[in-house]
Design a protein around this ligand. Structure first.
Ligand code: SAM
Ligand code: DTB
Ligand code: SF4
Length: 337
């Protein structure tokens, strides 16, 4: 029986999450004719989610630049000359004011990012105050602060943090080409701490860093075989930053950072393998055409970042996004929840 032969109420059960995906099965999905892949992704998407609803998150860089890590794509790594200047941690009052503006602009989740290897225990009270203040506005809260100890994850969970973003970025095989100051296993440890603290996991990766299809398969395989699928899966298109090793390599080839069809394929495979996850068309939208973004929504993306800025780079503003939503008949997820 096909998905669309079931009644609406039965459908979510039909797409019960599986955690035993093999690389071969994921490779076979990637290899489908494009229309067949998107048809399958649409079937899964419509079985679980309202078909045209898109969740909207807004980012704020609460502590910019000066990061000791060496992620080869990142504008905020202290060791690369990217023109980003290091700032200190914002105050809770400043963060809450920015969250109020984000809410007025239509965001339902506020994601606070810090360019740290990991937070210091002395920062925790300030971070906890931010979570409480943003929550009090009626927004969902998300933080991305680097690696967390079990205790730090528990403290943030107790403060009411809804989501923690921590990306595995790429396949286990390619990870060593992306960052060397810590391994991907350390990222998986933090994700376990977050999960155990009862905070929802937001975890995904970056496409367009020079990785192979096999690496994209490995990225999705790692995510889809986690003990629980992440609640949110951000798929970022590399924003190439001059001065970073990966950004420079992409810029010097003068090739588009991401092939739009392969990007949409990756979203579709994430949608099919993690049916209940919200899949975010994350960084990289500024450089994407409306048509490329439309393909990603058809492939099953149902979340975006809104607002003019991501962390250090630009994002399509409200005007362009409103026009895109109008053209495609998309509506904010909260509007129909
Ligand atoms: N320092 C924390 C960490 O690494 O987890 C939090 C901030 S970090 C900037 C969050 C994520 O943003 C990275 O894991 C990466 O996936 C994504 N990201 C950073 N720079 C990017 C870029 N230039 N293009 C696309 N995605 C990027
Ligand atoms: C995620 O996966 N993407 C966001 C968020 N999590 C923290 C970050 C995108 C950053 C893009 C580059 C920049 O603005 O510096
Ligand atoms: Fe630091 Fe995060 Fe950037 Fe890596 S991605 S250099 S950990 S801010």
């Amino acid at each position: 029986m096909r998905i669309d032969d079931y009644q609406a109420g039965e459908r979510a059960a039909v797409v019960a999450p599986r955690h035993d995906w093999t690389r071969l099965e994921i490779a076979a999905l990637f290899a489908l004719p494009f229309a067949d892949l998107l048809y399958q992704a649409q079937g899964v998407h419509r079985a679980v989610f309202a078909s045209n609803a898109v969740q909207m998150s807004q980012l704020l860089s609460i502590k910019t630049g000066g990061c000791p890590e060496d992620c080869g794509y990142c504008a905020q790594a202290a060791r690369y000359q990217t023109g980003v200047k290091a700032d200190k941690l914002m105050t809770a009052a400043e963060v809450v004011a920015a969250a109020a503006a984000a809410k007025a602009g239509g965001a339902s989740r506020f994601c606070m990012g810090a360019a740290w290897r990991s937070p210091k225990d002395r920062d925790m009270p300030q971070l906890i105050e931010m979570v409480a203040g943003v929550r009090a506005l009626g927004l969902e809260t998300c933080m991305t602060l680097g690696m967390l100890t079990e205790g730090q994850a528990r403290q943030l969970g107790e403060a009411g943090l809804d989501f923690y973003n921590h990306n595995i970025d790429t396949s286990p095989e390619f990870y060593g080409d992306v960052a060397t100051t810590r391994g991907q296993d350390a990222r998986l440890d933090t994700l376990a701490h977050v999960r155990n603290a009862g905070v929802s996991v937001c975890c995904g990766g970056i496409i367009g860093m020079g990785e192979s299809r096999e690496d994209r398969i490995g990225l999705i395989h790692t995510l889809a075989t986690m003990p629980a699928h992440p609640g949110s899966v951000p798929i970022n298109g590399l924003v190439p930053i001059a001065g970073t090793p990966i950004g420079d390599a992409v810029l010097q080839q003068q090739a588009p950072a991401v092939d739009g069809i392969e990007f949409a394929r990756t979203i579709a495979v994430a949608r099919i393998t993690m049916p209940h996850a919200v899949v975010r068309l994350s960084a990289g939208r500024e450089a994407m055409s409306d048509e490329a973004q439309a393909l990603c929504f058809v492939a099953g993306a149902n979340s975006i970042f809104v607002g003019d800025r991501l962390l250090t780079t630009n994002n399509p503003g409200r005007g362009r996004d409103d026009a895109l939503f109008d053209k495609l008949g998309l509506v904010p997820m909260e509007a129909i929840a």
